[in-house]
Design a protein around this ligand. Structure first.
Ligand code: TRP
Length: 461
């Protein structure tokens, strides 16, 4: 079943307007808190906070996972969306009605639901930090910026309030529709975000001691590699690239016929990786240069280090406002892709209209997020195996659900579909062969090895 763009336009689904519509929206989805907040947080954790330990190994394995697993699965998701013009569940069902494949799509929609519930908490932090930046509450003093963050986390009402605000913003964009809402914002803001990140990267590397960030991030200590590190690197690749839950399938379904999937996938993967690396260089450049201590286990890195480095830049106070605004928008284009996937399911499968689908699913996701918001205060001590509710949601989604969803996509396109069905999309026989090879063997074996290792070997390390 092949929907043309005009058919989509005639329905309530909508499609992208511009030639680059898909790339922009997919990049908007991929580039988000995963790159700016979580990647620097994970590298910090695996690095043990000091030079020369596990961060380099983590980054190396992450890059390998992006290239060998992420890129092929990205192609596969775009392919499924573009070919079927449907939401994740419909996409699987329309190609193979039998065999339970649609549950891969169903798992994806459910994962999006859960993922957004806690993602929105951290996204809410960005709103608070925009306000802090505007009111001049952020100072270049490391201790002050640290205690400001800790104090903010400790307030249940503010955690829930900003979570609510962010879900409200996300619902508003979804109601506005795919083309106008998502495409336009990303097109304007992505270049500005890249520009500011580039300036900060240079500044951070030229600070005294700042270049130690490069040793920290890129010098691999192979003895630091263990099961937990590999699992988190693979999970982070899926999380950062927005793979494994059908968000890219959904965006692919709005793609124009003439947009090509190969270059689209490459651009999104490169851009996403570049942003993650720049964000980490900035964060660690300032940590090393100013000898910052990271009390909150690294979870606040993005929020506590950035004000310090901006204080060392001309017009820093103004740029700081812009920077947190951009992070907020980067988070918004990501939450939008999550809610869009869940809503597209309600629209296509249950026949709801866009407004109702967005409001209903958004409201339920907000409610599910409340325990995550409380994980930093009232429920901070309610831990299981050392993890709070928030930690568990994240751990489960990123390291289990997304990789399993990605596995389903890889097996589907690699094995369930015939050679003829996938031919021709990449425009090169060699590339198609390499792609199929990864989907059939490389990606499934790698994903199974890490997730099964985790399930049977325990969740720690
Ligand atoms: N990739 C986004 C980020 O890095 C988060 C995200 C948006 C996501 N949509 C997704 C993650 C779909 C997994 C699946 O911040």
């Amino acid at each position: 079943m092949k929907n043309t763009t005009s058919v989509q336009d005639a329905t309530s689904r909508g499609s992208f307007a511009g030639r680059l519509g898909f790339v922009l929206a997919a990049a908007g989805s991929a580039v988000g808190l995963g790159n700016l907040w979580k990647f620097p947080y994970l590298t910090y954790r695996h690095g043990g906070g000091s030079e020369g330990s596990g961060a380099g190994a983590f980054v190396l394995i992450y890059l390998a996972a992006v290239l060998l697993i992420g890129a092929p699965v990205m192609l596969a998701e775009i392919f499924l969306g573009k070919k079927t013009g449907l939401n994740p569940v419909g996409a699987f069902r329309s190609l193979r009605p039998k065999g339970g494949w649609k549950f891969v799509g169903g798992l994806g929609v459910a994962t999006g639901f859960v993922l957004l519930s806690y993602y929105s908490i951290v996204a809410g932090w960005t709103v608070q930090y925009v306000i802090y930046a505007v009111t001049g509450a952020l100072s270049g003093d490391a201790d002050t910026s640290g205690s400001l963050f800790t104090g903010f986390l400790a307030s249940p009402s503010r955690q829930i309030g900003f979570h609510a605000a962010f879900m409200g913003m996300t619902i508003a964009v979804i109601v506005g529709g795919v083309s106008k809402g998502i495409e336009r914002w990303t097109k304007m803001l992505m270049p500005v975000l890249l520009g500011i990140l580039a300036v900060l990267t240079v500044r951070s590397l030229t600070l005294p001691g700042g270049s130690r960030a490069l040793t920290f991030l890129f010098y691999p200590d192979f003895s630091a590699i263990n099961r937990g590190l590999v699992l988190e690197a693979v999970g982070q690749a899926f999380f950062s690239l927005s793979l494994g839950m059908g968000a890219i399938i959904t965006y692919g379904s709005y793609m124009k016929r003439e947009e090509r999937i190969g270059p689209a996938a490459v651009s999104v993967v490169l851009l996403d990786t570049l942003v993650a690396l720049m964000a980490s260089i900035i964060v660690f450049g300032s940590i090393f240069s100013f000898n910052l201590s990271m009390d909150s286990g690294g979870i606040g890195n993005l929020f506590t280090t950035i004000p310090v480095i901006f204080s060392k830049i001309p017009a820093g106070a103004l740029l700081l406002i812009m920077f947190y605004l951009l992070i907020m928008f980067a988070a918004l284009t990501s939450t939008v892709s999550l809610l869009e996937t869940v809503s597209a399911y309600f629209i296509d499968e249950l026949g709801m209209n866009r407004k109702k689908a967005a409001a209903l699913s958004g409201g339920a996701i907000f409610a599910l997020g409340i325990p995550s918001a409380l994980s930093f205060n009232l429920m901070a001590d309610a831990t299981l195996g050392g993890r709070t509710f928030f930690d568990w949601m994240d751990y489960f989604c990123a390291n289990i659900s997304l990789p399993l969803g990605g596995l389903g996509v890889a097996l589907f396109v690699g094995w369930a579909l015939t050679q003829r069905e996938v031919e021709g999309e990449l425009g090169s026989e060699v590339l198609t062969k390499a792609w199929r090879f990864s989907l059939r063997y490389l990606a499934p074996v790698a994903i199974l090895a890490v997730t099964l290792g985790m399930l049977f070997g325990g969740v720690d390390a």
